[in-house]
Each structure stands twice: as structure tokens, then as C-alpha cells.
Design a protein around this ligand. Structure first.
Ligand code: FAD
Length: 334
């Protein structure tokens, strides 16, 4: 455990004097609330104090109304302006900061998503705070836990900043009940900051399968699958039989077997499904960093000494080209 800095008596006193209140940034796409961004709300609730949701873009009143039903949110602030649709940090960060200043919040939280990683460092810089990234636990109003070195060490950081700027790891703060709340919905301030960046286009991978980051079941393939043809032949039927999302190791992605968006691990997605079933993955620490919090880990590998078996709850030593089709058939027959 490291303590980065000790709180001064002054900062402690001032934090006691101010009531703890958190602004949780919510994400939306085309007027629909991104449910996984509600992890910031779960974390805010753990902090204690009041929780205010924040959303901006075009047609976001409907998103704000949806968020108002989430249990634990007391207020939702929305800013209607198409300039915020894509979450460009150049204008989104000043927008967030204006609303923080108006509301006098002590904490601002967002998911450790592409959006959060884009916007929050600028929010922190504008507030002269040091961002605390990718937290997995909260020990107090100024003390947060975060993994470092691909999860091989756990750092406990204590912040003396006046306003804490924090991104949260979604898998560590499961989204709570989305019904039953009745938050007040109010319009926020819009500084209409200039944005030197222009949004050109996006190319999104489309899939009917569950979203990898939030799926309850994930089947993942590694370099052991040998080729893209074999990956495509074996993994989708297994995923379909389980109603699972498909993931891949970096070696599988780098070899062109699977799309980059499917990569699980330190430089890919963090997942923590009920079931993580992997085939032909050795279990390198960088891969484990993205999936070791899964509830049940099952692994198929022909090498009985593969490191994946050290974290697996269920292991099958064998040739995946036999075992995966066999398992798929058995699951389909159920
Ligand atoms: P390999 O290590 O080659 O393992 C293949 C496995 O398949 C072996 O265990 C083998 O026994 C088994 N196998 C082969 N044939 C069969 C068969 N017929 N039947 C059954 N089993 C078989 N990796 C990630 O996954 N995600 C990351 O985010 C990531 N980030 C990284 C970041 C950094 C900075 C670095 C340095 C590395 C990162 N890596 C990441 C790469 C990581 O170190 C490993 O190289 C990678 O995870 C290996 O992928 P793999 O297990 O598919 O391949």
C-alpha cells in the first residue's frame, strides 16, 4: 500500500465543512442512456452524500427522465445542445466544470470508458485536480483503490484535492436498480465553449450478440485457434449456444483472427461476467488483468501447465479443435 500524500489538517477540516456531493457523468448515444455509465452512480452512492446525474447532447431530456428513475440519484442535470453529442473533450470538459462550479460538488465521477478517459483529464486540469483513474474500491471520501501494473499491485491513494475527479472501473461497481427512483430533473448551464475539433465520422462494429463489456457470459479465443477461419468456425456457435459475447486475446487480435474491439485484457476491455470460457489462451498477466474478476472462469487448453489453469475454476486439458465443437453440441442439445 502506498499513500501518495497525507491530508493536511486544513483540507480535512474543509472537507468536513462541505457536504459531500457527487456529480456523476452519464453517457448517452442518440438519445439513449448508456446503462453501463451508471457504474459512476453506484460508486457515487458508495461514497455517500447526494448524487446528481449529468447528461448533455441533443434530445437528452428523455435520457434525463430515464436516469431520474435510477435508484439513488437525487437530481439529474441535463444540457440540450447537439454540440455535446459525441462527447468531444474540448467543449464537454468546460461544460462539466461550469456545472460543477454552479453546484459546488465535492466529487465528479465518470466511467473509465472511452468517454471518461477522454473528458475527465481535461476536467481535472481545469479544476487543478489530480485525476484518480480506474478505481475499483472506495475506502473513504478521499481514499480510493486502483490496480496498477496490469493488476499485479493494488494502490490505495489519498487525495487532498478540493474536488476529486475520479473514473471508475465498471466491473467493480455493478449497475443497480433502474426503477423506483424519482429524481428532480433540471436544466444545467451551457457555457457554449468553442471546440477546435470537428467530429467527422465513426465506424462502429455491429453485432447482435451481447455487449462484451457488460455480458453475463463471455467466450474468448486465443492464438491456439490458429487462424481467422477456425476462430469464425468455432467461437460463434459456442457463443450462440451460451447466449454469450465473444472476446479474444491480444495475440488472436494481432494475428487478425478477431476484431480489435473484442480484445480482453490490460490494453483491451475489462470484463467480469458470470462465466468466462476461454479456449487456446495461455493466461498471460496482461490477459488476466481484463478477466480475472469473472465469477466462474473455465479454460480449455492442451497444455496442462498453461498459467490460465492457475486462475480457472474449471479446466479442461485437451485439443480445442475437438473439445469446443463437442461442448457446443452438448450445450445445444440441452
Ligand atoms: P499464446 O500465449 O500463444 O497462447 C496460446 C495458447 O493456446 C497456449 O497456452 C497453447 O497451449 C494453447 N493451444 C494451442 N493450440 C491448442 C489446441 N489445439 N487446443 C488447446 N489449446 C491450444 N494480451 C491480451 O490478451 N490482452 C491484452 O490486453 C494485452 N495487453 C498487453 C499489453 C502489453 C503492454 C503487453 C506487453 C502484452 C499484452 N498482451 C495482452 C499480450 C500478452 O502478453 C500475451 O502475449 C497474449 O495474451 C497471448 O495470447 P494467447 O494466450 O492467445 O496466445
Amino acid at each position: 500500500q502506498f499513500r501518495l500524500s497525507q491530508p493536511t489538517a486544513l483540507s480535512h477540516k474543509s472537507s468536513l465543512a462541505r457536504l459531500l456531493s457527487t456529480l456523476a457523468l452519464l453517457e448517452q448515444r442518440e438519445g439513449k442512456l448508456n446503462v453501463s455509465s451508471l457504474a459512476a452512480v453506484t460508486a457515487a452512492q458508495k461514497l455517500g452524500g447526494s448524487v446528481t446525474g449529468f447528461v448533455a447532447g441533443s434530445g437528452v431530456k428523455a435520457v434525463a427522465d430515464e436516469a431520474a428513475k435510477v435508484k439513488g440519484i437525487e437530481k439529474v442535470i441535463y444540457v440540450e445542445n447537439g454540440a455535446y453529442d459525441k462527447g468531444l473533450p474540448e467543449n464537454f470538459a468546460p461544460l462539466v466544470v461550469e456545472n460543477i462550479k454552479k453546484g459546488g460538488y465535492t466529487h465528479v465521477l465518470a466511467g473509465h470508458s472511452a468517454f471518461g478517459k477522454n473528458v475527465m483529464p481535461r476536467v481535472a486540469a481545469l479544476l487543478d485536480s489530480q485525476q484518480i483513474s480506474d478505481i475499483t474500491n472506495i475506502e473513504g471520501e478521499d481514499t480510493f483503490v486502483r490496480p496498477i501494473y496490469a493488476g499485479n499491485a493494488i494502490l490505495t491513494v489519498q487525495s487532498t484535492d478540493n474536488i476529486k475527479v475520479v473514473t471508475v472501473r465498471g466491473t467493480a461497481f455493478p449497475v443497480g436498480e433502474q426503477e423506483g427512483g424519482s429524481a428532480e430533473v433540471v436544466e444545467g448551464v451551457d457555457p457554449k465553449a468553442e471546440c477546435a475539433t470537428e467530429w467527422i465520422s465513426e465506424d462502429l462494429a455491429k453485432s447482435d450478440r451481447p455487449d462484451l463489456a457488460t455480458a453475463g457470459r463471455v467466450v474468448s479465443g486465443g492464438r491456439g485457434l490458429k487462424s481467422k477461419e477456425e476462430f469464425d468456425r468455432l467461437m460463434p456457435p459456442l457463443a450462440d449456444a451460451l447466449g454469450a459475447a465473444i472476446g479474444a486475446s491480444r495475440a488472436a487480435v494481432d494475428s487478425g483472427f478477431a476484431d480489435n474491439s473484442l480484445q480482453v485484457g490490460q490494453t483491451g476491455k475489462n470484463v467480469a461476467p458470470q462465466l468466462y470460457l476461454c479456449a487456446g489462451i495461455s493466461g498471460a498477466i496482461q490477459h488476466l488483468a481484463g478477466m480475472k474478476d469473472s465469477k466462474v472462469i473455465a479454460a480449455i487448453n492442451k497444455d496442462p501447465d498453461a498459467p490460465i489453469f492457475q486462475v480457472a475454476d474449471v479446466g479442461l486439458v485437451g485439443d480445442l479443435f475437438e473439445k469446443v465443437p463437442e461442448l457446443t453440441e452438448k450445450l445445444k442439445a440441452q
